[in-house]
Design a protein around this ligand. Structure first.
Ligand SMILES: Cc1cc2nc3c(=O)[nH]c(=O)nc-3n(C[C@H](O)[C@H](O)[C@H](O)COP(=O)(O)OP(=O)(O)OC[C@H]3O[C@@H](n4cnc5c(N)ncnc54)[C@H](O)[C@@H]3O)c2cc1C
Length: 225
């Protein structure tokens, strides 16, 4: 099971921050917390995109597959930054952890094939290492299903954009799950995030009012209908 840890450098009061920054430009009184919050909420609800870029999210994603993290990396908006644990330091003696998709976990026969494949990979890694192949080259054999750890920074706007794509029923189940884990972790981080998250994080069909996917799940009608 993956885990999202919101780091303490994350903006604790995103609404106040947005409201304060916008208020300075409007020559408003920015010393009043309540007014800043209301102004911040107004900017968010009015979809004033640049204001969404002030709140920053610093987080640790641990135990998600390398595959889902590869997809996570395609979200480049707002010059997000990431560091990922190196595959050079995986201990091949104890093997590596991996994600098992529910469709495989629920079927003993599939699970047995899947687990065996992971064992075979571990054995191949051990053999390559015994043959003195450098770790950085042995790592080429590692599967996309192996778990990894990432620290990252992104702004609220990028997170919202990401949710539009990745809460879509057509997105991969693990990314949908990761997206929900991030949203829940932020809601626990502070009350302002709890107010903010349901307002900005939603699948794209909720944003547009119709489905843009060719193969629609039927949650919303297609535009042409
Ligand atoms: C069902 C589904 C299937 C998918 N399948 C695949 C797949 O097979 N392969 C794959 O690689 N990805 C796939 N994706 C991921 C998707 O296509 C995007 O790569 C991903 O969502 C990140 O890109 P983005 O533009 O949404 O986000 P970001 O890069 O974070 O961009 C956010 C927003 O910033 C703006 N922006 C970003 N970069 C630029 C730029 N250079 N110029 C101008 N504006 C910019 C745009 O307005 C954009 O919407 C899939 C997504 C879904 C939901």
């Amino acid at each position: 099971m993956g885990q999202v840890i919101i780091q303490e450098d994350t903006t604790k009061y995103p609404l106040q921050l947005v409201g304060k920054e916008a208020g300075i430009c409007w020559n408003s009184d920015t010393s009043d917390i309540e007014k800043n919050m209301r102004r911040g909420l107004d900017c968010i609800e009015s979809n004033h995109g640049r204001t969404w870029e002030f709140p920053q999210i610093y987080m640790e994603l641990d135990g998600y597959s390398a595959r889902v993290i590869r997809e996570f990396y395609t979200h480049i908006g707002g010059a997000s930054s990431r560091l990922q644990s190196s595959t050079r330091y995986i201990d091949y003696e104890s093997g590596f952890d991996y994600v098992t998709p529910p469709t495989i976990a629920h079927n003993p026969e599939s699970k047995q094939v899947y687990d065996q494949a992971m064992k075979d990979i571990t054995r191949a890694l051990q053999t390559l290492e015994a043959l003195k192949v450098p770790r950085e080259d042995c790592a080429m054999v590692l599967p996309l299903g192996m778990t990894t750890k990432v620290v990252c920074r992104m702004n609220l706007r990028t997170l919202a954009d990401m949710s539009h794509q990745r809460l879509c029923s057509r997105a991969y189940w693990e990314f949908r799950s990761l997206m929900k884990d991030i949203m829940n972790a932020l809601c626990e981080y502070s009350n302002e995030w709890k107010v903010l998250i349901p307002k900005v994080c939603m699948p794209k069909c909720e944003v547009y009012g119709f489905c843009t996917e060719k193969k629609s799940c039927g949650r919303k009608p297609k535009k042409e209908n």
